[in-house]
Write a protein that binds this ligand. Sequence first.
Ligand code: NAD
Length: 623
Amino acid sequence: KAVRPQIFAKFSTDAKLYSKQHNPPRVPNLIGGAFIESRSSEYIDVINPATQEVVSQLPLTTNEEFKAAVSAAKQAFPSWRNTPITTRQRVMLKLQELIRRDIDKLAMNITTEQGKTLKDAQGDVFRGLEVVEHACGMATLQMGEYVPNVSNGIDTYSLREPLGVCAGICPFNFPAMIPLWMFPVAVTCGNTFVLKPSEKDPGASIMLAELAMEAGLPDGVLNIVHGTHDTVNAICDDANIRAISFVGSNVAGMHIYARASAKGKRVQSNMGAKNHGIVLPDANMDATLNALAAAGFGAAGQRCMALSTVVFCLNGNTLKPSKLYHSYTEVKYSPLYKVRRVEIILQAKASTRFYDALTYAILPSKTTQMTSIEQACPELYVYEIGYMSMRSRSSLRQLFHSVGILWGWGRGGAHSTILLGGEDKLVERAKALKVNAGTEADADLGPVISKQAKERICRLIQSGIESGARLLLDGRNIVVPGYEHGNFIGPTILTDVTADMECYKEEIFGPVLLCMQADSLEEAIKIVNKNQYGNGAAIFTSSGAAARKFQTEIEAGQVGINVPIPVPLPFFSFTGSKASFAGDLNFYGKAGVNFYTQIKTVTQQWRDLPGGSGVSLAMPTSQ
Ligand code: NAD
């Protein structure tokens, strides 16, 4: 039975309206241009993670319906591939306009089904919209190459042709952006498409398909089937499907990669992540901590680009952050060789013994001058050590070593701040974040996707504590007034995490930030490179040399320098590596166009053919 998609969209975007309904709306498939309610007897609930209300019901599409969707895509292919590329581009031009028109509606649907805040949901749509905008210039992207006269009177050129029916399998965390990484590029290249949205939040895909059809996409060019493992396996096995784009977990991604490759299909598989941020002592402290908190806890940590692990690093001669002192040291360089001016700022109750020892340690320099500004702030002491010889520098270092103060010399540059007490400041920032339903105006982060996801995240936090990590902030028992049944977890910070812990080895995919320490940049890079994932890694520093070393040596597909790992804009590609990606052509950008096209190389001869030279069986060579 065909259903009006607008009705579905209305219900799925208005939770309050929905709660009065007796029957949750059923999510239709899209087959050959019609939104059709499945005949399946098996449905699963799409649940609002903030309230546990059933938003809609999603069918486990029957095999017959799946075949009908593939067949519709196959039938639509010949005419769509021959549709002028300018016409295909114009459909995208219209689609981007319609997505802008309906961005609030789409965002509300995403927040209702996925839980992220409305602002974040708008970002989800917007980052996908940018791919649609990029697809508007497909003619240039899909251009072939031409070399005239490769041999006498012979020219060679290559064409990028569409493959045929392609398919996309989506995760729950970006219900708009990830479908938009897939079908706009595929169809503008001239392919037809079968999309399987995440069973947890299918609404945005349906709404985007409605918009694509309103924009003029012909019937059958984009089809949608719902389901879980069986539908995915059917996609892997169907001989009519030429290529599969997958985004999701490693278990599913590697299964799909193996199963579909064995059937001769192209697969691009974007998978899990454990993204690290390395913080050097010379980083801009405030900007860095803000970035870490945003990238660690945004979208409740459910982004493949979330920064889930921070490695505080202190350039060699350093110790673990002090538990006794909240302090930082400013190291100001004199242009004179080996002479430095040092200010040590202690924001804690250091013992008299320590002060005595400090005075003793720096005495040999004979330039010591202590300035106390206790009047201004009783907890703050400033020591101006003045210009130090290498000898006094080394005795000072030993002293700091003995009391466990974090200590190090910044790398080049005029000014260097050692990030001490960074973890405590992170805790302050994390505590200030508001956990609430995504529809509430003050929400910084919403719930995680499901009760099972919450249980898993809590289990990994507990296992971290049991294996020796220190819990600096615990978000497990948070209760959100008015949303007591929601799957909420507040920002959580674990420190003293080591690489052998389960919480480190597993992707947590929740609002949990792990803190580690490294003595040097080299050690920090080693930690990151040893991790199986390679989606992204970031460094925070004011040293160009350190950033360049990091960029060169780090084994990650996406690198942030003083920015947490960003999702690259569509003129680049999303370039995860190691266990975060399987395949060789990444999503969107040039690689995305290559993925959805096959090169055909043509050699032509248009001249008066020489007659009478006879038959030559020798390998043709250029003449
Ligand atoms: P998921 O793997 O559970 O589900 C993704 C899709 O695969 C869904 O459509 C689901 O129906 C299907 N699926 C799940 N298990 C399957 C199985 N065993 N066999 C066949 N199909 C199966 O992933 P998710 O929980 O929806 O998404 C979160 C994961 O996605 C995280 O690991 C995250 O890092 C990853 N992710 C990666 C990127 C990236 O670009 N690298 C982007 C977003 C999300």
